[in-house]
Design a protein around this ligand. Structure first.
Ligand SMILES: [Zn+2]
Length: 323
């Protein structure tokens, strides 16, 4: 152990609406130790920040890494983030986070370089540097879970746009007459193709009297997207119809993005993408059919970082900043 003052580790903080995870990560994206806790966001920012500090100390202690060995801290947060200043403006499912300067708070406390960005951008950079995006220069990252998030890498750089909104693909309107979204618009992509959209559509059709084995698969509890995919596997017609439509629009949305951005590779992660080929096959088909010219050649691949996407992505933010 002759690491001495050599700063070869990163700390990645994934501040989520439900959970906070903190990990010590090395500079090739391997997680040494990871600790997590419920966010309990209703207690307000100060309590949450205190909780992050505890997790930070616990992660370093478990990894046997001293603060002197840490090169920097990366933080991914859900919502609108001023990535240049490191200020979070409005966090999804976290009340009271208005204009909190995370970068300054952490720089002052730890005297280390700090990078802050939204969680999907962090995960995109994580996949680009350490996961399924390695080897390309132009990559689109998508996460399909309760919502749909995205991050864009163009020529090796994360694209933020003028005001940090670039990559908010979940709010592309694909059906102006469609369902109301949390954002106030109707027919956003995530109201059609996300996991919660799939579950909601099935719940609604069952409530209207349609038959489906999804009800039994959920065991009387809340119907989730995973139950719908299970039912489809077992030949359930309602589940198959809802999934067919969701994945058709998923493919159309990806093809639109491929035509706008011309990525070499599209990396898809998030809980819903764990269903595998059931999801990837129709997306690839739409991209081949609708891709304009050579854009149709974009590879469509699963994400590699899995449950560590948040913390490794956060670590990637600061590693990228230090390069
Ligand atoms: Zn929306």
């Amino acid at each position: 152990m002759h690491q001495g003052g050599c700063r070869k580790y990163l700390v990645g903080i994934d501040l989520g609406g439900t959970k906070i995870a903190v990990a010590v990560v090395d500079t090739v994206g391997q997680v040494l130790q990871r600790v997590q806790e419920w966010t309990r966001g209703e207690e307000g920012p100060e309590r949450v920040l205190a909780r992050i500090n505890c997790l930070f100390d616990a992660a370093l202690a478990k990894a046997g890494v001293s603060a002197e060995q840490v090169a920097g801290i990366g933080i991914g947060a859900p919502g609108i983030v001023d990535w240049k200043e490191g200020i979070v403006h409005n966090l999804t499912n976290l009340p009271g986070w208005r204009n909190v300067n995370l970068k300054e708070r952490f720089e002052q406390r730890y005297s280390l370089p700090v990078a802050v960005d939204n969680d999907a951008n962090a995960a995109a950079l994580g996949e680009y540097l350490f996961g399924s995006g390695r080897g390309v220069r132009h990559m689109l990252y998508l996460t399909i879970s309760t919502g749909i998030g995205g991050g864009i890498i163009q020529d090796g750089r994360l694209v933020h746009g003028a005001w940090g909104v670039a990559g908010e693909v979940g709010h592309m309107v694909l059906d102006p007459q469609g369902e109301l979204c949390n954002c106030g618009n109707c027919g956003c992509w995530e109201t059609i193709s996300s996991g919660s959209a799939i579950a909601r559509q099935v719940r609604r059709r069952i409530a209207r009297g349609e038959q489906s084995m999804v009800t039994e698969l959920a065991g009387g509890g809340e119907i989730k997207a995973e139950h719908v995919f299970q039912a489809r596997q077992l030949g359930d017609e309602l589940a198959a119809a809802v999934i067919r439509r969701a994945l058709l629009y998923l493919g159309v949305g990806v093809a639109n993005l491929v035509n706008v951005l011309n990525p070499e590779r599209v990396v898809i992660g998030g809980g819903v993408a764990n269903v595998g080929e059931v999801l990837f096959e129709p997306v690839r088909r739409q991209v081949r059919e609708l891709g304009f010219g050579p854009a149709a050649r974009a590879e469509i691949v699963p994400a590699a970082l899995g449950k560590d996407a948040g913390v490794v992505g956060a670590a990637a933010l600061v590693w990228n900043m230090l390069q």
